[in-house]
Ligand binder design. Structure first.
Ligand SMILES: Cc1ncc(COP(=O)(O)O)c(C=O)c1O
Length: 407
């Protein structure tokens, strides 16, 4: 059988992401990786989870070991609505506004499935979260990139591209703007309040949906919370994606889509064909955790851990990259630092020297689907222990100096 001939065009066009490729080095203990965005396992509330897991299997096995509703565990959806109220001050939701997904990654795929035809147009940032792009690309290749500035998406460029679409009579093909407004992955930046408001105005004027992906806003290390776009605009034209991956544990694979009831119903219908339901066991485990413990109290400890690691990495940049003109925005939260080098740098090329020095990062070009970003890279500070961050930054400094001599 010739597999090549039998593959769909869709399957043929898929390639493994660079982040996945780099994972093979991560298992080598001599390497230090600032690559993936996996949380620090010491932040998982494992003792509490173990106690609840035992209990929900023993006492609630008729639910936890069984198929469940496609929309999700009703108790988890109730608890999640309370959490949305505490976290964002969002009110007026009921369970039909929420579908539980297998992480936000499944939500992104389902959003693509629900909204995108082959000729549909959507906006993403440059740089972009690659997982979103790979989900959306399965359904439509017609993305338009909008540069990310230190205070979020460039609204001027978004507006001019919207005007262009309008002039070409193609506005009907436009489905959504996808944005990670708070502590962006990979860029670490946060969209200002002014820009959030302007995005909402544009969505009303040009009639598009805003997909607000917010895995990180609860991980704030300094500064004041900004209102979510969903809170500012309401559910009419905003879809909010949330996940327990970075604030609880990615192993439970629990995410959620919040939005209008008609949209949520369609997302659930699409989910039926994907997996019937999100695992009942991890949903109920998460629900009982939320009932029994204060997740925000637990997060205070995680925030301390990550703030310290972020500060160590920032210090590492200052100490080890003196010889080059590097630029970065100090992230007020989230898990990533985005570093920009002089134009002549190519961080993909530099990765070969980094591998020799046993240090890993993600070259910026991996986040720029239409080229660009070659002089940038993403560093994530969440997973390595503190001493490895210090040593890793030394290795990165050495890598840069060695590369710089050759440039
Ligand atoms: C912006 C963004 N969206 C979605 C996800 C997917 O997360 P999960 O599927 O674990 O909820 C990630 C993971 O890193 C992310 O950074």
């Amino acid at each position: 059988m010739n597999f090549e001939e039998r593959q769909s065009k869709r399957a043929k066009s898929v390639k493994s992401s660079m982040i996945r490729e780099l994972l093979k080095y991560v298992s080598d203990p001599t390497f230090i990786s600032f690559g993936g965005g996996a949380p620090d396992p010491d932040t998982f509330p494992r003792n509490e989870m173990a106690e609840i897991a035992k209990e929900v299997i023993e006492k609630e096995y008729r639910f936890t070991l069984q198929y469940g509703l496609t929309e999700g565990d009703p108790i988890l959806r109730e608890e999640f609505i309370k959490l949305l109220n505490r976290r964002y001050g969002i009110e007026g939701l009921d369970v039909e506004n929420v579908v539980i997904t297998v992480g936000s990654q499944q939500a992104l795929d389902l959003i693509g499935k629900v909204f995108l035809d082959e000729d549909s147009v959507y906006f993403i940032s440059a740089p972009a979260y690659v997982g979103a792009l790979s989900a959306f690309l399965t359904y439509s290749k017609n993305y338009i990139t909008i540069p990310l500035e230190d205070d979020g998406l460039s609204m001027d460029i978004l507006e001019s591209k919207l005007k262009e679409l309008d002039e070409k009579g193609e506005l009907k093909k436009l489905k959504f703007v996808y944005t990670v407004p708070t502590f962006h992955n990979p860029a670490g930046v946060t969209m200002s309040l002014e820009k959030r408001k302007r995005l909402i105005e544009l969505s009303e004027r040009y009639d598009f949906i805003i997909v607000e992906d917010d895995p990180y806003s609860a991980l704030r290390y300094e500064g004041e919370d900004l209102p979510s776009i969903f809170k500012l605009a309401g559910k009419e034209r905003v879809i909010l994606l949330n996940t327990f991956s970075k604030i609880f544990s990615p192993g439970v694979r629990i995410g959620a889509v919040v939005g209008r009831k008609d949209i949520i119903l369609k997302v659930s219908q699409m989910k039926q064909g994907a997996d019937l339901c999100t695992p009942s066991l991890t949903q109920r485990l998460t629900a009982r955790y939320l009932q029994r413990y204060d997740i925000f109290e637990h997060l205070k400890k995680a925030i301390e851990v990550y703030r310290k690691k972020r500060d160590l990495m920032l210090k590492g940049i200052e100490e080890n990259m003196k010889d080059v003109d590097v630029k970065y925005v100090k992230p007020m939260g989230g898990l990533f630092i985005w570093v920009k080098f002089p134009d002549e740098f190519d961080t993909l090329e530099m990765l070969e020297i980094a591998k020799k020095n046993k240090i890993l990062y993600i070259p910026g070009s991996a986040f720029h689907p239409d080229g660009g970003g070659r002089n940038t890279l993403r560093l994530s500070f969440c997973l390595p222990p503190e001493e490895k961050i210090v040593e890793g930054m030394r290795r990165l400094g050495r890598t840069i100096r060695e590369y710089f001599k050759g440039v």
